[in-house]
Design a protein around this ligand. Structure first.
Ligand code: SF4
Length: 172
């Protein structure tokens, strides 16, 4: 069980680090997310992480919602509500969609990102799944490299980055 939680933590940290450090390739065509209105009373808390040995992937969505024949993962975010979901949040929900498909046997058509002021549905398209699998492959490849160069020129990303104080590639 400890290993499962450790795997979950590492996965989330890896994804966040990937975006913070700017190592991600530019992923064209990510779904931006559709604003939706939802009834939170149907949300069921998730007790255990979802795990798929084939993918070596673990994740625990905040909620799972049973909708007709589909199980929809929900990720709850606090803080400022963006105009559109952040890419890192989209990928996080995509991980949960993939894990739901692998563990529950039915593919969610979308996942939900719940921000304080708005909810977005992120369609779990084959294109998003392909981008996610590419991203995971890149994370695993880069895990063993001693250094990974910054791949963006966005000062704002550095200004808000939690690793700015120790980063020798920061832009601001
Ligand atoms: S400070 Fe900038 S370059 Fe350094 S890790 Fe953060 S986002 Fe990447």
């Amino acid at each position: 069980m400890i290993l499962l939680y450790l795997g979950l933590t590492l996965l989330v940290i890896s994804i966040v680090l990937l975006f913070i450090s700017g190592r991600q390739r530019q992923l064209a065509g990510l779904p931006g997310g559709r604003v939706i209105y939802i009834d939170t009373r149907a949300w069921g808390a998730v007790e255990k992480p979802l795990y798929d040995a084939t993918l070596g992937l673990t994740g625990k969505p905040d909620y799972l919602v049973q909708q007709r024949n589909a199980i929809i993962p929900v990720e709850v975010k606090t803080g400022r509500t963006p105009g559109a979901p952040y890419d890192s949040h989209i990928f996080q929900v995509a991980v949960y969609c993939l894990l739901v498909e692998k563990t529950q046997g039915s593919r969610p058509p979308y996942g939900i990102i719940h921000y304080p002021a708005r909810d977005f549905a992120v369609d779990f398209t084959p294109e998003l799944e392909d981008s996610l699998l590419d991203l995971l492959a890149n994370i695993r490849r880069d895990e063993h490299r001693p250094e990974v160069d910054r791949s963006h020129a966005d000062e704002h990303r550095c200004i808000h980055c939690g690793y700015r104080s120790v980063c020798d590639q920061k832009l601001a």
